[in-house]
Design a protein around this ligand. Structure first.
Ligand SMILES: [Zn+2]
Length: 334
C-alpha cells in the first residue's frame, strides 16, 4: 500500500472514457521501472477523478481459483469443494441440498462392488417418426450420447444390494431430461419381466421430465407397457420399490413411478404430473405452499417416506429385509 503522497499526480493505467475533458493532460511517459505498471491512485489522493480506474488485472484475480474444483450450492450459496461433494454423494454438507447425480454414480453408491450385471446395454432409439425440429432427433441422440456416455436415459441390471439380489433400474436426467422413449420403456419392461421370472424385487430410481415427444405415441405406449409388466410382477407377489428423485414428472410419474408397493423420495424433490404453472393457469386457483414437493406429498399420503441420499442404501436393505422375508430361497439366489 502506498502511504506517502507522490510528487506527480498518478496516471490512469488505461484510457478513462468517462472523464475525457478538453483540459485532460496527454498520456504521460511510461512509469519508472521500479514502480508497478498499474498503480491505482492512493486512497487519500486529491485527484479530480470521479471514479477509480478499473484495473486491467482485476479479471485475472478471479481465474486464480481453478474451475471445476468448487461448486456453489444453489440453496445456501456455500462454495463446496467438489471432492467433498462427491464423497457426500452430491449432497451439500451445509444444508443437505441434493444435487443431481448420474445413473452410474448412483448405481455405484447402492450396489455391492462388481455385482451389477447390466441388461440391454446396447439398446438405442430409432427415429421412427423422422422427427425434425430445431435439430433432428437422431442428431440429438448422438449429441447426448456423446456428452453423457449413455445410450439412453436409463440403466438397468441385476445386482446385489446388501445381501439382497434385486432388479435395479436407474434413470439419468442428463440424457434428454430423463425422458421416457421406447428404449427407456423397453429396458424397464425387460427388467421387470426378468425380475418376475427370477422372483426378484424391483427397484426403480426415477428422474424424468416425462414421455419423450420426439417419439410421439411410441413414448406414450411405454406407460401402459411398463405398468402391465409391473402388474404381472405384483401378481407374482413380488415387491416393487419406487424411488422418486428431483424431478419426477408427467408420463413417468403417471405410470411406473407411482406404482410402487413402497414409494420413497429424496428430500426437496419436485414430484407431480403437470408443472405448478400449468396447473395454476388451468385451475385459476392459488396453489398451497410447498405444492408438489416431497414433503408436501408425504403429508398428503402419496409417498411413504423421505430418505436422504446418503441413507438410501441402508434403508433399501431394511425395506428389502421386510418385503422379501416371505420369499423362497430361490428368489434371493436368482
Ligand atoms: Zn447448501
Amino acid at each position: 500500500m502506498i502511504s506517502s503522497p507522490q510528487p506527480n499526480p498518478p496516471t490512469p493505467p488505461v484510457p478513462f472514457p468517462l472523464t475525457v475533458t478538453p483540459n485532460f493532460a496527454p498520456r504521460p511517459p511510461a512509469p519508472d521501472p521500479g514502480e508497478p505498471a498499474l498503480t491505482p491512485p492512493p486512497a487519500d489522493s486529491t485527484t479530480t477523478f470521479v471514479r477509480k480506474p478499473k484495473l486491467a488485472g482485476a479479471k485475472s484475480r478471479k481465474r486464480e481459483i481453478p474451475e471445476g474444483l468448487w461448486t456453489k450450492c444453489p440453496k445456501c450459496s456455500t462454495m463446496v469443494f467438489d471432492k467433498e461433494l462427491d464423497e457426500n454423494l452430491k449432497v451439500c454438507p451445509q444444508c443437505d441440498f441434493h444435487f443431481p447425480i448420474g445413473a452410474r454414480e448412483r448405481i455405484h453408491s447402492l450396489v455391492e462392488t462388481c455385482t451389477f450385471e447390466e441388461m440391454d446395454a446396447a439398446m438405442v432409439s430409432v427415429d421412427v417418426l423422422g422427427f425434425t425440429g430445431v435439430a433432428t432427433y437422431t442428431s440429438k441422440l448422438e449429441a447426448y450420447s456423446k456428452s453423457t456416455g449413455l445410450k439412453d436415459a436409463v440403466l438397468t441390471g441385476i445386482c446385489l444390494i446388501g445381501p439382497h439380489r434385486a432388479a435395479l433400474g436407474v434413470m439419468d436426467f442428463s440424457f434428454l431430461g430423463g425422458s421416457m422413449g421406447s428404449v427407456v420403456g423397453e429396458k424397464l419392461t425387460r427388467l421387470i419381466e426378468r425380475a418376475t421370472e427370477k422372483a426378484l424385487p424391483v427397484i426403480i430410481i426415477s428422474t424424468s421430465g416425462g414421455a419423450r415427444m420426439y417419439e410421439g405415441m411410441f413414448s406414450l405406449m411405454q406407460m401402459a407397457k411398463t405398468s402391465a409388466a409391473l402388474a404381472y410382477h405384483a401378481k407374482a407377489r413380488l415387491p416393487f420399490i419406487s424411488v422418486l428423485t428431483h424431478p419426477t414428472t408427467a408420463g413417468v410419474m403417471a405410470s411406473y413411478a407411482s406404482l410402487g408397493d413402497l414409494i420413497i423420495a429424496e428430500p426437496g424433490a419436485m414430484i407431480g404430473f403437470a408443472g405448478p404453472r400449468v396447473i395454476k393457469d388451468t385451475t385459476q386457483a392459488d396453489l398451497p405452499p410447498g405444492f408438489q414437493t416431497t414433503e408436501f406429498l408425504l403429508d398428503h399420503g402419496l409417498i411413504d417416506a423421505i430418505v436422504p441420499r446418503p441413507e438410501l442404501k441402508d434403508q433399501l436393505v431394511t425395506y428389502l429385509d421386510y418385503l422379501t422375508a416371505g420369499l423362497k430361497a430361490k428368489a434371493v439366489r436368482a
